[in-house]
Design a protein around this ligand. Structure first.
Ligand SMILES: [Zn+2]
Length: 316
């Protein structure tokens, strides 16, 4: 066999391998979605990834978040099930691909708006990049804001607000003033009633969260950011994940986060070892340092550099 043929066999094998890797990484099938009315003309799509808000106005539809890339077609189907109006705007609560993974496919059909830090995080793709599906095409929002941005459509307003760092450096809270509803992204996670809640009652007050340190998140500033959120006049909450909740649920989440964080910070400042802090998180709060999925980062999971970064931040 000639050298040229060997080279071509090598190249062909490589191409087949790359194609196989790409197709297996993107082959995850989209899960079933459902849509339910939250209040007035506001609906919520859930079932996979982060919760999507659907706000219907006489001039078109505003979405908050767009789940994974793979959910795009079903999201459009769910929207069509409640209105004939065209999709006009998508607001991102942050850049994680279970919330903004659909941006690439939304850009040709809608204006996508995000906090400037969320867009910067998408540009940088700092590692570990929070993504469920490596290789997902990244869509960069064309419009960004610093403190606040409003979409006025069909006589209704949707207001994105930035209150500071928490889950990432670019978490937007989206406010529907006429309805007194907010979408918090992953700054707040709805807690399920039932068995998990019963188990949680026997534990000290705490929360399952993921602080994305690689993309500017902060455990210390998270409560201050939620204090800003709580100044808004609202009664109903679409969380990043979990069931529709209330303002009291957000206040309780904020209080539990602070109690847990202060206890951990106390232990760390006393010189408690990382192993011992991790053990406390596991036994008292139900966090996990093993058995977590390789990706994406998961609330209550000490993946990647989470334990080290948490120790470093709470030492201050
Ligand atoms: Zn997230």
């Amino acid at each position: 066999m000639s050298r040229t043929s060997l080279v071509w066999i090598f190249v062909a094998t490589f191409v087949v391998h790359v194609t196989w890797v790409v197709s297996t990484q993107t082959a995850k099938p989209a899960g079933p979605l459902r849509i339910a009315k939250v209040k007035g003309d506001l609906h919520m799509i859930s079932g996979e990834g982060g919760n999507v808000a659907v706000y219907v106005t006489g001039e078109g539809v505003v979405l908050v978040d767009d789940m994974f890339d793979r959910n795009h077609a079903d999201i459009l189907t769910q929207v069509k099930s409640v209105t004939d109006k065209p999709l006009k705007y998508v607001l991102n609560t942050h850049q994680h691909d279970d919330h903004a993974g659909g941006d690439f496919k939304m850009l040709p059909i809608a204006e996508v708006i995000a906090h400037k830090n969320a867009r910067a995080n998408l540009v940088d793709i700092k590692q570990p990049y929070y993504e469920d599906t490596p290789g997902t095409p990244i869509g960069l929002p064309r419009v960004t804001f610093s403190d606040e941005a409003s979409v006025h459509l069909g006589g209704k307003e949707v207001r994105a607000k930035y209150f500071g760092r928490g889950h990432t450096s670019g978490d937007a809270v989206v406010y529907f003033p006429e309805l007194k509803v907010i979408h918090t992204g992953d700054l707040f996670l709805g807690r399920q009633a039932g068995r998990g809640a019963a188990a949680a009652q026997t534990r000290p007050p705490g929360v399952n969260i993921y602080v994305d340190y690689a993309q500017g998140g902060s455990f210390l500033e998270w409560t201050k950011t939620l204090d800003g959120v709580l100044t808004l006049d609202f009664d109903t909450v679409i969380p990043g994940h979990g069931p529709v909740s209330t303002k009291d649920d957000v206040a309780k989440f904020r209080a539990d986060l602070e109690t847990m964080r202060n206890r951990l910070a106390g232990l760390i400042k006393q010189g408690t070892s990382k192993e011992s802090v991790v053990k406390t998180l596991e036994t008292d709060y139900g966090w996990r340092s093993t058995g977590c999925p390789p990706s994406p980062p998961t609330p209550g999971c000490l993946q990647f550099q989470q334990a080290d970064a948490l120790m470093a931040e709470l030492k201050r």
